[in-house]
Write a protein that binds this ligand. Structure first.
Ligand code: ATP
Length: 323
């Protein structure tokens, strides 16, 4: 193996740079050249290829976002787009790929590998933590820390005005950020896509609190919750519970930014390193993840298709620790 291509794709996440750095430096230890493919699949289709030296990845471990930039690329979902991407990879002599991204990125990698046979290993780079085959994804810890900091600040104003705050967090169809953010931020309730009965439970909770005249509460709402996010939920609460002075805060993209935490930097470094080692050992079509503090490979298919369940202990804790 002489040349590896590396790219970041889908939503950016803090720690992607640390992962790119680990890929480049591990490959160089084995005298393998690394090509950075800019803007994910868009750059693969358009031909944005650039050699990465060890110096190019110096001073990036602490930076959020991705120096390779990222994109969502509809062309890659077509056979013609993937053919174009393959032609570009061949033109640049790429023997193997490291894909850093989420679910969609690995779906694309799976098709690409099946059609054209370029060995690919994935690293889970998404704040959502929604990939099977790894306890944590790169960027999740940083995003949770951002959420907790925001909740801490919102709590001060919520308490001062005796207000009910709905804090909407990212996570797409999964509630990992919401649940972890709620427990660590001391939220009073959490709305999760994984729970079907959370609206009636929230109603019951608000009934009980208002009987005791406790109106200052923080409810963490996952963006993918069935109730429809914080704005929709606010409308319901305003109608059903006029005694509450309710406000919504949507944390949005600030959850994606920021310098990666120590935990994310180490996870990203371990997984980036392992991805290259795995390719050199002849592995393909796998995602490198961390399970019980050990790096493990899981097939792309499993990582995409199998569902990672929320931690049930944490779920219980979120209910037990509420006053
Ligand atoms: P995140 O979880 O942060 O959103 P992601 O990798 O899931 O990251 P997506 O936008 O879903 O982000 O996917 C990234 C890219 O992967 C898409 O823009 C597209 O180019 C490619 N991709 C996604 N699904 C497919 C598919 N079914 N076939 C081919 N390519 C795909």
């Amino acid at each position: 193996m002489n040349k590896i291509g590396v790219f970041t794709s889908g939503g950016d996440s803090p720690g992607m740079n640390a992962c790119v750095r680990a890929v480049v430096r591990t490959a160089h230890k084995h005298d393998v050249e690394v090509i950075g493919i800019k803007e994910g699949y868009r750059g693969m289709v358009a031909g944005y290829f650039e050699t990465l030296t060890s110096l190019d990845v110096a001073g990036i471990i602490q930076r959020g976002g991705t120096i390779l930039r990222s994109s969502r690329c509809p062309e890659f979902k077509t056979k013609e787009g993937r053919q174009q991407a393959y032609d570009n990879c061949k033109k640049h002599g790429i023997d193997a790929l490291v894909a850093i991204g989420g679910n969609g990125t690995f779906t694309g990698a799976l098709y690409f590998e099946e059609e054209f046979g370029i060995p690919t290993i994935g690293c889970p780079g998404t704040i959502d933590n929604d990939l099977f085959g790894t306890d944590y994804t790169i960027g999740f810890d940083t995003a949770c820390n951002t959420v907790v900091k925001a909740i801490d600040q919102i709590r001060e104003t919520a308490a001062s005005h005796n207000r009910l705050f709905l804090v909407e967090v990212m996570g797409r169809d999964s509630g990992f950020i919401a649940l972890n953010g709620c427990v660590a931020g001391g939220g009073e309730a959490v709305m999760l896509p994984e729970q079907r009965d959370d609206l009636p439970r929230l109603m019951q909770f608000l009934d009980e609190k208002s009987q005791h005249k406790i109106y200052s509460n923080i409810v963490v709402v996952a963006e993918g919750d069935e109730a429809g996010g914080a704005i929709e939920l606010e409308k319901v609460i305003r109608k059903e519970y006029p005694q509450y002075d309710v406000r919504s805060t949507i944390l949005g993209h600030l959850q994606r930014g920021g310098s990666p935490t120590c935990r994310d930097r180490i996870l990203a470094s371990r997984l980036g390193h392992h991805a290259v080692e795995a390719l050199l050992k002849g592995e393909r079509n796998m995602m490198a993840g961390e399970i019980n503090n050990k790096v493990e490979l899981t097939s792309f298919r499993d990582s995409i298709e199998k569902t990672k369940a929320l931690n049930s202990d944490l779920l219980q804790l979120s209910e037990i620790l509420v006053a």
